[in-house]
Design a protein around this ligand. Structure first.
Ligand SMILES: Cc1ncc(COP(=O)(O)O)c(C=O)c1O
Length: 398
């Protein structure tokens, strides 16, 4: 059988290799502590589940759902955003429901890139950003993220011949996998750069709420409990589109629900691509999402407090075994620089670690070339289990 060339770059996937290593570890009766996936172990809120359960028993929710019928969800999303950031959003033209934000970010390049056009992506970055560009037959210019630049890209390093063919840039802060945050001043710089070079600015924003208070400050040094949004730097929505998910703040990863907010032309273009592909998420799940966005937000506060507690326990346990890692100010991840003997082989480190100890982590190289030398731990277990994981890591490192 012959397959399209665009499938080629999608064939090797270190996460699939890690999955095999995990299965082998299980088969060898290792007790698995899986910190390799950013899939929250916390439960969705009861009022959300109730809304979905009620919908299941209502046959009027069982059919196809066209855009017009998603209005209640779009209004909830627009209102939720306006209450957080004080920027007004038109739910008819500036909001698009998604079957998870990954679906949206992966489909968007089909609406923007012609074959041979460049997308400027963070390296390391979330794998589906690259996947979507490959599916659209685009080219990728990886913008390296280095610790000395606080894991922010340096726009002036992008070569002019790439810039001339660049049609989109994808940012994502708070950042997976490095857990870095970006100040609003950085977003102002990004918006000005994209306006100057006629580039669509995409901001993937799943960790909007997973910011640990006290430490995170905005551009004018105010303590902030949410991370900055791209529209605070582009209130006219001149070049930008931002992607949100209910997977992280509301522990609804398995329900597959997210949304895009942005420039009406970009929203329309993405909607056109999606119209060829899907019929929107099930109405019952949209009803659950409306309950999540408009109902009590105590679940979000609990999730933030939980990840902060886990972060503190994990970082302090790592410190105790002599592995010194900066304390992340956001997200559910710890991005740890590997000891020198492993600095060129994060995949081997993770494979051996899971096989010998049952602790699964994600190799930095899986997120891009500049991720080599690091490993990502997702804080998706309770502190006690995280401490056991660190004890096993200590044994392994010996
Ligand atoms: C940067 C980033 N984008 C998108 C996603 C996926 O979100 P969703 O569940 O809405 O597809 C994740 C999940 O870990 C992520 O880290």
């Amino acid at each position: 059988m012959q397959f399209a060339q665009r499938l080629q770059p999608l064939q090797s996937n270190v996460f699939a290799d890690m999955d095999t290593a995990k299965t082998k570890a299980l088969a060898a009766s290792k007790e698995l502590i899986d910190l390799s996936l950013g899939s929250s172990d916390l439960a969705a809120q009861p009022h959300v589940i109730d809304a979905i359960a009620k919908s299941l028993n209502d046959p009027s929710t069982h059919g196809y759902l066209l855009f017009g019928a998603t209005q209640a969800f779009r209004i909830a999303a627009a209102t939720w955003y306006e209450q957080k950031f004080g920027i007004s959003i038109n739910p008819e033209t500036e909001v698009l429901p998604l079957i998870g934000s990954q679906e949206g970010t992966a489909h968007l390049p089909l609406a923007i890139l012609n074959p041979g056009d460049y997308a400027l992506l963070l390296d390391p970055g979330y794998p589906s950003h690259a996947g979507g560009v490959y599916l659209a037959s685009g080219l990728i210019y990886p913008m390296p993220l280095r610790a000395e630049n606080e894991f922010l890209p340096v726009f002036t390093d992008i070569p002019i011949d790439v810039l001339n063919k660049a049609r989109m840039m994808v940012l994502s802060y708070p950042h997976n996998p490095t857990a870095a945050t970006a100040p609003l001043s950085f977003f102002f710089e990004a918006v000005a750069f994209c306006q100057q070079h006629n580039i669509v600015l995409v901001h993937d924003f799943p960790y909007v709420d997973l910011v640990f208070p006290n430490k995170c400050t905005d551009a004018i040094n105010r303590v902030s409990t949410v991370a900055p949004s791209i529209f605070q730097a582009d209130p006219e929505k001149s070049v930008s589109i931002e992607f949100f998910t209910l997977s992280k703040s509301y522990n609804m990863g398995g329900f597959r629900i997210g949304f895009a907010i942005g420039n009406p032309q970009l929203i329309r273009a993405l909607r056109q691509v999606k119209a060829a592909v899907d019929f929107n998420q099930y109405r019952g799940i949209l009803n659950g999402a409306v309950a999540a966005l408009t109902g009590p937000q105590t679940g979000v506060e609990t999730a933030v407090a939980t990840f902060k507690r886990r972060r503190d326990a994990f970082i302090s346990a790592l410190n105790n075994i002599g592995w010194h890692v900066p304390t992340p100010q956001a997200t559910m991840y710890v991005w740890a620089k590997l000891p020198p003997e492993w600095s060129q082989n994060s995949v081997e480190f993770c494979t051996k670690l899971v096989q010998e100890t049952g602790v699964a982590a994600s190799p930095g190289a899986g997120f891009g070339k500049s991720g080599e030398g690091y490993v990502r731990f997702a804080l998706v277990r309770e502190p006690l289990i995280l401490e056991i994981a660190v004890q096993r890591i200590a044994e392994f490192l010996k």
